[in-house]
Design a binder for this molecule. Structure first.
Ligand code: ADP
Ligand code: TRP
Length: 339
């Protein structure tokens, strides 16, 4: 492909939990923005989730839930190729091929694998690989394949995934150094939010909102459930009359992100002056989130219903994706001498 050809943006979303507000702000919105300037290919990395999700009903649920979330958030399936990783057999064939070109030492240094070993070390276990499956160890190779098989130019990811995109470039380089005169894989570039400008949303306990902390606000919780989660947001116990530091609770930080600017300004002033309780701010936040997300929630629920168009949309996306992945795999097979 020449330099004036299509520029592809690709990202994968691992279906390991219910999507939350942090995912929306930190991953979904930025990726949807890129769809204006790139040919975008976004997929549900369901086989990546298998390294941790071992309940079949749950894996199916998260996969549909993540797909429905992206569609409800505005992903246009006509403009974006939107598919499930497991529907693309070429990925798994290329995964074997590229694991034969990937240095084991590179995988030894991968963050997730090193973190698993560190946890074993801290727990005093003799076997530092205890509980590590080959899926976790090979994770970066499969991710490299996701990227290389569609000849992606850019890969929008969170900072924690930067190393994986660098590995993809490295693995492509190893392939190219052997077979480059017959076929060259395209070297991808990561796109990460700039340090400091990345809007990291706090969760209900004030730490970064994350599934692993159990402090998330789900994107599409029904109103009653939303109220309950918001009520749990940690605040200080300063009496209603006393002045309060707005930023001392994530309830205000979240309101700032999702509320009407006039309401936010007034609330800030009233908190600083004293006489406003956190309960009232929580009610404002519930209202703001409800207003912003209720229409999307309706669309999400319609897509989640059995018999909705969700499965057809994903099947159609897989057909479109395979138009890219089949020829790449064929060229690789030809280059390595398998036909
Ligand atoms: P979690 O921390 O809940 O497990 P993931 O690691 O699956 O979330 O993150 C998926 C995407 O959402 C990543 O691109 C990540 O940068 C983004 N993201 C997750 N939590 C937040 C947050 N609190 N604020 C902003 N972006 C976030
Ligand atoms: N590893 C990514 C995560 O944990 C998900 C992912 C899988 C991905 N394949 C990808 C992201 C390819 C970008 C490109 O969030």
């Amino acid at each position: 492909m020449g330099s004036t050809a299509r520029k592809v943006s690709l990202t994968g979303i691992k279906p390991t939990g219910e999507p939350h507000l942090g995912n929306y702000v930190g991953a979904i919105l930025p990726a949807l923005d890129l769809a204006d300037s790139y040919e975008s290919m976004y997929f549900i990395a369901d086989y990546h989730a298998l390294t941790t999700v071992r309940d079949p009903a749950l894996l199916r649920h998260y996969t549909r839930s993540v797909a429905a979330t992206w569609l409800a958030a505005g992903l246009d399936p006509d403009r974006t190729t939107f598919y499930r990783q497991s529907d693309i057999p070429e990925i798994f064939e290329l995964s074997w091929v590229l694991s034969c070109m990937s240095a084991k030492g590179l995988m030894n240094r991968a963050h997730a694998y090193k973190a698993a070993r560190d946890r074993n070390r801290e727990a005093g276990r003799e076997d530092l690989d205890a509980g590590v499956n080959m899926g976790l160890f090979n994770y970066p190779v499969l991710m490299a394949v996701d990227i290389l098989i569609v000849e992606a130019d850019v890969v929008p990811v969170g900072r924690d995934q930067l190393q994986h995109v660098e590995y993809a470039a490295d693995i492509a380089g190893s392939f190219n150094s052997i077979y480059g005169d017959r076929y060259k894989l395209k070297i991808p570039k990561p796109v990460v939010p700039e340090e400091g400008t990345a809007h990291t949303l706090p969760g209900t306990d004030g730490r970064k909102m994350s599934k692993s902390y159990g402090n998330t606000i789900p994107l599409f919780a029904p109103e009653a459930a939303l109220k309950k989660v918001i009520r749990r947001i940690t605040t200080d116990s300063v009496p209603v009359e006393a002045p309060k530091e707005p930023e001392s609770s994530s309830v205000f930080t979240l309101l700032e992100r999702f509320g009407d600017p006039a309401v936010v300004a007034e609330t800030r002033a009233r908190l600083l002056a004293g006489g406003m309780g956190w309960g009232e701010v929580k009610a404002q936040l519930t209202e703001a989130l409800n207003e912003r997300f209720a229409p999307m929630r309706d669309r999400y629920e319609a897509l989640m219903a059995s018999g909705s168009e969700l499965d057809d949309l994903l099947a159609h996306g897989a057909d479109k994706a395979r138009k890219q992945t089949r020829p790449v795999l064929e060229r690789v097979r030809d280059a390595i001498g398998i036909s």
